[in-house]
Design a protein around this ligand. Structure first.
Ligand code: AMP
Length: 395
């Protein structure tokens, strides 16, 4: 049987996919269909060192996946002949129900639908992805891997919000955490990079992408994370505010005439780096900052300051930290963020080696000095590989 798993990440207006060779731990082909439902849709597909692009209207998710399927064949890899052994689905919110990768059955789909109140943007789009993929691949296992899954081990003190307990219980208001697949993968790779079993390693994982989150992991189990009921809490992100005094919402509601939809839009789409500097892409913020733009400089400072606060907080939560691992677009690529976030922490046993930090080249690497008690690492995340491996277990 082939070791090929198709990983699907179905969002409200896009579907990302990757065909993973589990045995070789690598992507065979990958692509994305964007702007589904709009006149200017786009399919980008990469296979065998070549990138193919198609532009035009993509009516819905069914058409999107059909086109991707066809694109595989047209570019020389027929999925029917290749033998896809399983399909892994990235699913956002598993609530308290789904703590592990789960074989998707009609009952599971019903439960994910029920949890849509907690993730109104994501869970319905995830379900469409499942239904469409099941039409194309009716005879292989479909496995759901939940973004919240890794954080089901958060102790009650970290998971609970200090609000009326009855209200919290009735409406499922608690901290769930997100990006779990990445935090789990990176914490495990970090332990391996240190040459120690996962159970013996306590780490802080900093997933800094467009969305950003931090976690504290003790012996392979998550004990704290920065995202909460939704992926809005915590670090400064591309367009999301992260932590904010809830009183700000009340203030804006009372004095700025904003309703819930306005505040939702403000905090999710017009805040974070974009709100502070006008651009959400970290590279653009960096370029503007280097060109002397004061708003971009403040955005950078707020971003790094928040990150330092979380590192400090999680050092206190863990008590002992063997590794701090940076991952995702910013974490893997921005030497200055890594350096600035951890500068001056030698007294706490954290010492970044400037040359190692600035050295070119990707891959997993240690960027702390030999004297540093806590190892500082760069660990590229690979959520698709983690999802593919989880799905493969069911084959
Ligand atoms: P991700 O969501 O993991 O794809 O990360 C996207 C973010 O990573 C964007 O804000 C990018 O600007 C940022 N990023 C990507 N490459 C670099 C780089 N070389 N330096 C700084 N930021 C980067």
């Amino acid at each position: 049987m082939s070791g090929l798993v198709l990983v699907i990440n179905s969002g409200s207006s896009s579907i990302k996919y990757e065909l993973v060779d589990v045995a070789r731990e690598c992507a065979v082909a990958s692509g994305i269909v964007e702007r589904i439902g709009e006149p200017q849709g786009r399919l980008t597909h990469a296979y065998d060192g070549r990138t193919s692009e198609w532009n035009g209207e993509v009516a819905d998710h069914t058409q999107a996946l059909t086109m991707a399927y066809r694109m595989f064949a047209e570019t020389g890899l027929d999925l029917d002949e290749a033998g896809v052994a399983a399909v892994g689905h990235r699913l956002v919110h598993g609530g308290k129900v789904f703590t592990q990768p789960t074989l998707i059955t009609p009952e599971v789909v019903e439960t994910i639908e029920r949890l849509a109140d907690l993730a109104p943007l994501h869970n319905p789009a995830n379900i469409i992805g499942i239904e469409v993929a099941q039409e194309h691949f009716p005879d292989v296992p479909h496995v759901g891997v939940f973004d919240t899954g890794f954080f089901h081990t958060l102790p009650p003190a970290a998971a609970a919000y200090a609000i009326d307990a009855d209200v919290a219980e009735r409406y499922g208001v608690q901290r769930y955490g997100f990006h779990g697949t990445s935090h789990k993968y990176v914490s495990e790779r970090a332990a391996r990079l240190l040459g120690r079993p996962c159970e013996d390693v306590d780490s802080i994982v900093l997933h800094l992408g467009n969305g950003a989150s931090a976690s504290a992991v003790r012996g392979g189990r998550a004990v704290e994370t920065s995202m909460g009921l939704t992926p809005l809490e915590g670090l400064v992100m591309g367009t999301r505010s992260g932590d904010i005094d809830p009183g700000v919402l009340l203030h804006l509601g009372r004095h700025a005439g904003m309703d819930i939809a306005d505040i939702d839009e403000l905090l999710n789409r017009r805040s974070g780096l974009k709100g502070l500097s006008g651009v959400n892409d970290f590279r653009a913020v960096t370029e503007r900052r280097e060109a002397g733009d004061e708003r971009a400089a403040l955005a950078y400072d707020v971003y790094v300051h928040r990150l330092r606060k979380y590192v400090g907080a999680y050092m206190a939560v863990l008590g002992r930290v063997d590794a701090i691992a940076f991952t995702a677009g910013v974490g893997e690529n921005s030497a200055s963020v890594r350096e600035d976030a951890l500068a001056g922490l030698e007294g706490f046993g954290i010492e970044v080696d400037p040359a190692a930090n600035r050295a070119r080249g990707g891959g997993e690497r240690v960027i702390s000095t030999a004297a540093s008690k806590t190892a500082v690492l760069v660990v590229p995340t690979d959520e698709e590989l983690a999802i593919a491996k989880a799905a493969w277990e069911f084959v």
